[in-house]
Design a protein around this ligand. Structure first.
Ligand SMILES: Cc1ncc(COP(=O)(O)O)c(C=O)c1O
Length: 492
């Protein structure tokens, strides 16, 4: 082998790092930034929920790669002028779209501290990993899982569900599937979820190499809960046809209307049929913290795995998805992969095995656990549970206002804190779709839409802890105003 030496030696200037020459200046700038962000959160109600992005602002983010340094104050001014006013808006109490949490100033501070430590939680022996293990332990206790359960932070529940499918796949096929691929045995695997399940489940089947066709979408009852009898029949039919049922994914809070499947019946069926029982609790699982909701999650403690988002009802800033697995060994079996450069020791920084990288595909991992640890410790689970209860009460308030208003129509039973409704009009799907866009553009409120039985619904997901009755009242008034305008425009 020929080693080519450089002709010119590389020179290093003494003291040339990215740290500031003048820490006092950076400190003053940093304090301004922090104060501004506190002000932003404290006074967010005075802003529009969302603002359309002007062309010139969008164009600023098509700029050339910066080769020369800029002053931090100048970069921050650009952020203040061009990023802050055009953010998603989910910090705002008028934001009720999709299923977004509101975050908190405490979570923001923790995120800043985590960035300062710049810890890599792929592995090794340091307290940030212990902080994540602490959350695993707390989550294990929340759901009554046994000792030996394992867990891991991921971006969101889409990823947590994917990991769960992979753990269940390896449990069904054994380690050889990781080496040789899923093979003929894998081609026979079938999984089950309801028609109301989130689309990331079928995406997970696709990414796991099992294919979306192998996911049977079981019918639901009127309340959008998986029809357990239909599931039983489908499993029997698949066995009869020579398929290998291996996984049931239940929903604890469906994305459309917040329905909770019958987790007791499903866990019993999975035990009987020897199937992996996974619960997609992205939105609803943290309802376990609310005395008003917890009993409706009965059966979740029997799951083989649970996916959930601390960034939704847990109010942790994005992102903080989480997967909990009952049998930690099965979890490790799906992902652990030895490598010379990741050698484990019994002493020193490379000690502390097993490492989080043994529990998922990521090696480099940020310190998501810290903002969750700060949130759980600062507020406590009772207060977080009370917030969850309150969002459900606010959904009840919105439901009552809809039922009392003849121009509005409720489109689905309110089960947790999601309310689906519409303005009564001739071309109802068009009118209601336009109403939602009008709401966004007005900056008054930001619900989203979904389709229920072919009908477009205005969908208000009350997840953000800042939402109050005045925000619900503002939503109703604006829907009525925009609805009347849209309907009369149709008549003309
Ligand atoms: C039931 C359900 N599952 C999965 C997801 C996906 O979660 P994430 O957006 O955190 O990936 C969501 C998101 O709203 C959801 O409501």
């Amino acid at each position: 082998m020929t080693i080519v030496l450089r002709e010119e030696p590389l020179r290093s200037e003494p003291g040339e790092t990215l740290d500031p020459q003048n820490w006092d200046e950076l400190r003053a700038q940093g304090h301004r930034m922090l104060d501004d962000m506190f002000d932003y959160i404290a006074h967010v109600r005075q802003r529009p929920v969302w603002s359309p992005i002007p062309d010139d602002v969008r164009a600023r983010f098509r700029a050339e790669l910066p080769r020369r340094p800029s002053d931090l104050a100048e970069v921050y001014r650009e952020f203040s002028d061009n990023v802050v006013p055009y953010a998603t808006g989910n910090v705002h109490p008028g934001f009720m779209g999709w299923v977004h949490g509101g975050g908190s100033a405490v979570g923001m501070l923790a995120e800043m501290l985590a960035a300062g430590l710049n810890a890599n939680l792929g592995g090794r022996d340091h307290i940030p990993v212990e902080v994540e293990r602490q959350i695993v332990e707390w989550t294990r206790a929340m759901f009554g899982f046994p000792q030996g359960a394992s867990g891991i932070f991921v971006t969101g529940t889409s990823m947590a569900n994917l990991l769960a499918v992979l753990v269940a796949r390896t449990a069904a096929l054994g380690q050889s599937a990781r080496q040789h691929g899923i093979g003929e045995g894998g081609a026979l695997l079938t999984a089950y979820t309801s028609k109301a399940a989130h689309g990331c489940i079928s995406k997970a089947m696709d990414i796991a190499g099992l294919g979306r066709d192998a996911l049977r979408m079981i019918a639901t009852d009127q309340c959008h809960r998986l029809d357990v009898a239909a599931l039983r029949r489908q499993i029997a039919a698949d066995r009869e046809a020579g398929m290998r049922p291996f996984l049931v994914v239940a929903s604890a809070g469906t994305v459309d209307i917040g329905a909770i499947d019958d987790l007791v019946a499903l866990s019993a069926l999975c035990r009987e049929e020897e199937l992996w029982f996974h619960v997609d609790g992205a939105y609803g699982a943290l309802g376990i913290l609310s005395p008003a909701i917890a009993s409706r999650l009965a059966g979740i403690e029997q799951a083989d795995s649970i996916a959930l988002d601390f960034h939704k009802w847990g109010q942790v800033p994005y992102d903080a998805g989480f997967l909990l697995v009952r049998d930690g060994q099965q979890h490790r079996d799906a992902f652990a992969a030895p490598a010379a450069y990741l050698r484990r020791e019994t002493r020193g920084l490379a000690a502390g095995s097993s490492w989080p990288c043994d529990l998922g595909p990521d090696l480099s991992r940020g310190f998501r656990a810290l903002k969750t640890w700060f949130t759980l410790k600062t507020y406590g689970t009772e207060r977080l549970g009370a917030i969850i209860t309150r969002t459900c009460a606010l959904a009840g308030y919105l439901e009552a206002r809809i039922l009392a208003e003849p121009r509005l129509e409720l489109l689905a039973p309110v089960q947790l804190s999601i309310v689906c409704f519409r303005y009564r009009a001739a071309d109802t799907n068009k009118v209601n779709g336009d109403i939602v866009i009008d709401l966004h553009e007005s900056g008054i409120a930001a619900p989203s839409t979904t389709i229920l039985d072919g009908q477009l619904a205005i969908r208000a997901a009350i997840v953000n802890h800042r939402i109050d009755t005045c925000d619900i009242d503002a939503l109703i008034s604006a829907v009525l105003e925009f609805g009347a305008r849209r309907a009369s425009a149709q008549d003309e």
